[in-house]
Design a protein around this ligand. Structure first.
Ligand SMILES: *[C@@H]1O[C@H](CO)[C@@H](O)[C@H](O)[C@H]1NC(C)=O
Length: 377
């Protein structure tokens, strides 16, 4: 009886819904007419912004469109996901903070330097500024996954010969924030040769459109014969590490092919199954700026006393800084003698401070004049 009544009620609701579906309300039903997401629509609400003296355009240079590359793994290419100005802005934010990239060790401990991954990298804070925020929001609209599930944006730089060998993005030891379910990799630069993102477990028949093999033109040996994406400034590759049923998809193993000519800059955003560090999901205060590794400062007034207690050596990681890792700058770099107090116009001194704290000094156009003021302790 109860079951029967439920069925009748269900049919009635379906009929009512059918009435509601017709006419003016169609636009609320994405997918009703076969479409799921129209990239051009997303740009409509975007406003041109000026940030740090730079104009950030509101529209991409070419019409954005989304291409399904493969279902095994689930991989999609969003052409013109970011504007050239947005790409340049991400690089400008990331370049002064670049350090040698680490891999998460098998024990799940802190990162370690490894030849497995020879790029340089850094993280930008979620919602660090309005441009980051609008890209993160655009990404959540595309993926239909909440912004709070996104990790901080990782910026990577690969020079000649640098690569990232085949790996999965689902970590062996994942934390309370759920596993990484999807990865979005935005190419922030064009690359003259090499640097493709390839899925080495795939073969030609995994392409949804095998015509892509010809369309891509020449690719490096590392990418040949596999589903792959060629770096193109502004394009975003989205792939899922988890299948719809939650199991790991080993077809999503991927590699950053060696850069054969040029420099490859990327922004990576991992999207978790659940909220990522929900307690830190807010923008930094308006006066926030990243620490400047070229500036020689202490962040704690107790530094002279700590030095007298021998802590510069005993607690070097915290006081001098994590010189090889991607940890924070030392709290007492000045007092512990890791850096020199440079004259404001002394570029060599400034760059030496950066290098002595493990930071990368390539791409000088982003480092000098000094990019920003130092955050107060
Ligand atoms: C690298 O690319 C640049 C620009 O396309 C080109 O001029 C140069 O010859 C290339 N170098 C090599 C080694 O292929």
């Amino acid at each position: 009886m109860g079951l029967r009544r439920g069925m009748v009620l269900g049919a009635l609701l379906a009929a009512l819904a059918g009435i509601g579906l017709s006419g003016a309300r169609d636009e609320f039903l994405i997918g009703w007419q076969g479409e799921t997401y129209r990239p051009a629509d997303v740009w409509r609400g975007e406003q041109a912004k000026t940030l740090g003296g730079r104009q950030i355009e509101q529209a991409p240079a070419s019409e954005p469109w989304i291409e399904t590359l493969s279902w095994r793994p689930r991989a999609f290419l969003y052409h013109s996901f970011m504007t050239d100005e947005e790409c340049e802005h991400f690089i400008q934010l990331g370049a002064p903070q670049m350090k040698r990239s680490l891999v998460v060790s098998s024990s799940g401990d802190n990162g370690e330097v490894s030849d497995y991954r020879s790029s340089y990298g850094t993280f930008l804070n979620r919602m660090q500024d309005p441009i980051l925020t609008r890209v993160e929001r655009r990404l959540s609209e595309w993926t239909h996954l909440p912004m709070i599930n996104q990790e901080d944006v990782q910026i990577l730089r690969y020079g000649h010969g640098q690569n990232y060998k085949p790996h999965m993005d689902v970590l062996v030891v994942d934390d309370d924030d759920g596993r990484r379910q999807a990865t979005v990799l935005v190419y922030l630069s064009d690359v003259e040769a090499g640097g493709e993102t390839a899925f080495p477990n795939t073969r030609r028949h995994h392409w949804v459109d095998p015509g892509n093999v010809e369309r891509m033109g020449k690719v490096s040996d590392c990418a040949a014969g596999h589903v792959a994406a060629k770096p193109k400034k502004g394009d975003a590759l989205l792939f899922y590490s988890l299948k719809p049923n939650g199991a790991e998809d080993f077809m999503s193993e991927h590699t950053g092919c060696p850069v054969e000519n040029g420099t490859k800059w990327t922004a990576t955003i991992w999207i978790h199954e659940t909220a990522f560090r929900a307690d830190a999901f807010y923008p930094p205060p308006p006066d926030w700026a990243p620490q400047d590794p070229g500036a020689c400062v202490d962040f704690d007034e107790r530094c002279p006393a700590l030095k007298d207690e021998g802590l510069c050596e005993a607690d070097a990681i915290n006081l001098k800084g994590d010189l090889v890792g991607d940890g924070a700058l030392g709290v007492c770099r000045k007092t512990c003698g890791v850096c020199k107090d440079c004259a404001p116009d002394d570029r060599e001194c400034y760059l030496k401070n950066r290098a002595d704290s493990g930071y990368l000094n390539l791409d000088l156009q982003y480092l000098w004049p000094r990019p920003g003021s130092n955050r107060k302790a």
